[in-house]
Design a protein. Structure first.
Lengths: 109, 116
């Protein structure tokens, strides 16, 4: 599975969009990009995933660059409840998910 | 909607003792994954099962074993417990295994094991 690189931490003002970047320069053609988050000591929560097209659901949007070497998770209107560790994971479809070092997102009022 | 159920939620054991954690997946889910998360660490994949067969193996110690039963629930057995085994243990479930999964894993709330 390809390795990912994320910022250690980020701050975001409540009500503003949170843009979380992820680099995955060694991603292979059939690997997907998954985003999960973990709110303090709770089980990780699925957010979104994609292959090469941009994806949007009720929680977030996922923007994948054309060369697929990086992606950005967008939380359009961050709230205090979005404070969590966000994990970008690259994996073959249906395979186990290997969690690396995620981004600590702090949403501040 | 029913979620992944893990039991017990908290467990305290002495060194060298044995512990068993249970996981009940979401109804109709056929794939179960176990993760270990030590203090301040990221979740580490241990093992997974699809249709009662081991489908993948990660950094699971030889002292640990797991299985998935006919009703799809899974148990993680840990023997000769060490202080370093103190962690949150998460179970996740999905539908479809390697070929059919949507990629969305549903995690339980975790079982916190403390080894004294």
């Amino acid at each position: 599975d390809a390795k990912t690189t994320q910022p250690t931490s980020m701050d975001c003002a409540e009500g503003r969009a949170a843009n979380l970047p992820c680099n995955h320069s060694t991603i292979s053609g059939n690997e997907y990009v998954y985003w999960y988050r973990q709110i303090h000591s709770q089980g990780p929560q699925y957010i979104i995933h994609g292959l090469k097209n941009n994806e949007t659901n009720e929680m977030a949007s996922l923007i994948i660059t054309e060369d697929r070497k990086s992606s950005t998770l967008i939380l359009p209107h961050a709230t205090l409840r979005d404070t969590a560790v966000y994990y970008c994971i690259v994996s073959l479809y249906g395979n186990k998910l290997v969690f690396g070092a995620g981004t600590i997102l702090r949403v501040k009022s | 909607a029913a979620g992944v159920i893990q039991s017990p939620r908290h467990l305290i054991k002495e060194k060298r003792e044995t512990a068993t954690l249970k996981c009940y997946p979401i109804p109709r889910h056929d794939t179960v994954y176990w993760y270990q998360q030590g203090p301040g660490q990221d979740p580490q994949f241990l093992i997974s099962f699809y249709e009662k067969m081991q489908s993948d193996k990660g950094s699971i110690p030889d002292r640990f074993s797991a299985q998935q039963f006919s009703d799809y629930h899974s148990e993680l057995n840990m023997s000769s417990l060490e202080l370093g085994d103190s962690a949150l243990y998460f179970c996740a479930s999905s539908l479809g295994g390697l070929a059919g999964s949507t990629g969305e894993l549903f995690f339980g709330e975790g079982s916190r094991l403390t080894v004294l």
